[in-house]
Write a protein that binds this ligand. Structure first.
Ligand code: NAP
Ligand code: MG
Length: 502
């Protein structure tokens, strides 16, 4: 049993850094605590990585890349990734429980969505390791020109707290399938499952140093990773604000960057929509994962004609959402991830009220049992009388708060829906197939859902337009983020180059 697995008697879990296949303390000896957001109690004490540890991890990742990993056949790499997916499956229950304890998301979400999608991503990219191919280019004359698609080398990956293990999988799976090595920095609020994954990489027999996991804070460990001259690529998911900082610091080393940032998705209901389907889609759009979703449908656009009918049903159904203990299988909403996020949500409720919006539902924390009074809970909240220009409709709140805006016709709708700095996703509810596809073309966003919302698959690309970032994760597009193309020219004539004569 590695030291990372020790569970002390007071039940606080302890984790070290995972560098070069070993569990080690931070060079500084510092640690930080991660709370369980439903009770406020400490869940784990975690080694706090810093620049010195990032340096060690990058050096280990480089050695592993230049050593065993780049010499391993694609088939063996694929087999290792597939083995990992099976090992994760064997530990699925435990991982789901830990994800819920660290992040607060309902156990039915971690069990039926997060962990299965983690497995799906590793499985999917395991199959890709042997299918990364170059091409032959039809150049003129007695020449052969072909391309090699090669890995980048060492990749830094910085991930957020909203889908802790799933965000690790989205980044690790394609990077490793393509033959890179990785230094991963999980979010300070939710480092636990990423560190558990370190143990599973060991169990699956990955060579030392191929994956290194360094928890710590963004301003120290994260910044050291993003600005490290020894990495070939940095991949980031998180706020647009930090995404810009990452892009700036990567620019100094010309490090390749991919960014998956914030969103303020329009979720649009036309008068001809199936009302029950649209109401359930609006709920899935904004209350899933406590609204802590970058592609959340946080702007609900209702056609004037159906506004009253929709809101009556929406309010009634939102009132029945069970908020509370996330370990209860019936719970649909757990706590927000941290007290900071809870405060941010409360501040936006005040902002919305001051801007003239009306609270139709929620707007404050719920009344819960004594056990959960220190948790970071908030009620599902609906604002009506919102104008698209208001801050509540323009800024990412990242909580269970939606703004209802009305529209008159399609032109008016497209103008409002696109009037945002973001462009991550959008939803539309209509039975008119031509309108649905017209909308899919007109909206400036990386994903469009028609009569559905928050659908994902490892094979389907995801990423943003505008300030929602650049690069596409998942699907074959993700391999473009983790490979580079080499063009190889071969003379077939066997003759000297004639240009300079004899
Ligand atoms: P964040 O600061 O952008 O955090 C994302 C990741 O970046 C974390 O691992 C973070 O480390 C790291 N980081 C922070 N500052 C950094 C820096 N200067 N250099 C390198 N890495 C850095 O997001 P947050 O503060 O957790 O949440 C704030 C807001 O961001 C949310 O309210 C939401 O609007 C947005 N957000 C968006 C997503 C998304 O999926 N698009 C996810 C999470 C949050 P630490 O954990 O130590 O901060
Ligand atoms: Mg935590």
């Amino acid at each position: 049993m590695s030291s990372a697995q020790q569970v002390p008697s007071n039940n606080t879990r302890r984790y070290q850094l995972f560098i070069d296949g070993k569990w080690v303390d931070a060079e500084s000896g510092k640690t930080f605590e991660t709370p369980n957001p439903s009770t406020g109690e400490t869940l784990a004490e975690v080694a706090e990585g810093d620049k010195a540890d990032i340096d060690k991890a990058v050096a280990a990742a480089r050695r592993a890349y230049e050593g065993k990993w780049s010499k391993m056949s694609a088939r063996d790499r694929g087999r290792l990734l597939y083995k990992l997916s099976q090992v994760i499956e064997q530990h699925a229950g435990e991982l789901a429980a830990l994800e819920t304890a660290d992040n607060g998301k309902p156990i039915r979400e971690s069990t039926y969505i997060d962990i299965p999608q983690v497995i799906e991503n590793f499985e999917y990219f395991a199959g890709f390791a042997t299918k990364i191919e170059g091409e032959t280019i039809p150049v003129p004359g007695q020449m052969l020109n072909y391309t090699l698609r090669e890995p980048l080398g060492v990749c830094g990956q910085i991930i957020p707290w909203n889908f802790p293990l799933l965000m690790a999988a989205w980044k690790l799976a394609p990077a490793l399938a393509a033959g890179n090595t990785v230094v991963l920095k999980p979010a300070e609020q939710t480092p636990v499952t990423a560190l558990e994954l370190g143990k599973l990489f060991q169990e699956a027999d990955f060579p030392d140093g191929v994956v290194n996991i360094v928890p710590g804070f963004g301003e120290t460990a994260g910044a050291a990773l993003a600005s490290h001259p020894g990495i070939d690529k940095i991949a980031f998911t998180g706020s647009t604000e930090v995404g810009k900082i990452i892009a700036h610091s990567a620019a100094d080393n010309l490090t390749k960057v991919s960014l998956e940032l914030g969103g303020k998705a329009p979720n649009i209901v036309f008068a001809d929509a199936d009302m029950e389907q649209a109401v359930s889609g609006a709920m899935m759009g904004i209350f899933y994962n406590q609204g802590q979703v970058c592609c959340a449908g946080s702007r609900i656009f209702l056609h004037e004609e159906i506004k009253d009918e929709f809101l009556e049903s929406f309010k009634a159904r939102v009132g029945r959402i069970k908020v509370g203990d996330p370990t209860n299988k019936e719970t649909l909403m757990g706590p927000q991830v941290s007290s900071e996020q809870l405060d941010r949500i409360k501040s936006y409720v005040d902002i919305a009220k001051n801007e003239g919006a009306t609270v139709l539902a929620g707007g404050c924390p719920p009344q819960l049992d004594a056990d959960f009074q220190k948790g970071f809970f908030f009620q599902p909240t609906i604002f009506t009388e919102v104008k698209n220009s208001m801050r509540v409709a323009q800024e990412e709140i990242f909580g269970p708060v939606t703004s209802v805006i009305t529209f008159k016709d399609e032109d008016d709708l497209i103008k409002q829906a696109n009037d945002t700095i973001f462009g991550l996703s959008a939803g539309i509810w209509t039975k008119d197939i031509t309108r649905a596809h017209r909308f899919a073309r007109a909206i400036k966003a990386g994903t469009v859902w028609i009569n559905t919302f928050n659908m994902f698959n490892a094979a389907s690309p995801f990423g943003g337009y505008k300030h929602s970032g650049y690069g596409r994760e998942m699907g074959k597009h993700a391999l473009e983020l983790y490979t580079q193309v080499k063009s190889v020219w071969v003379d077939l004539s066997g003759k000297p180059m004639g240009w300079y004569g004899k």
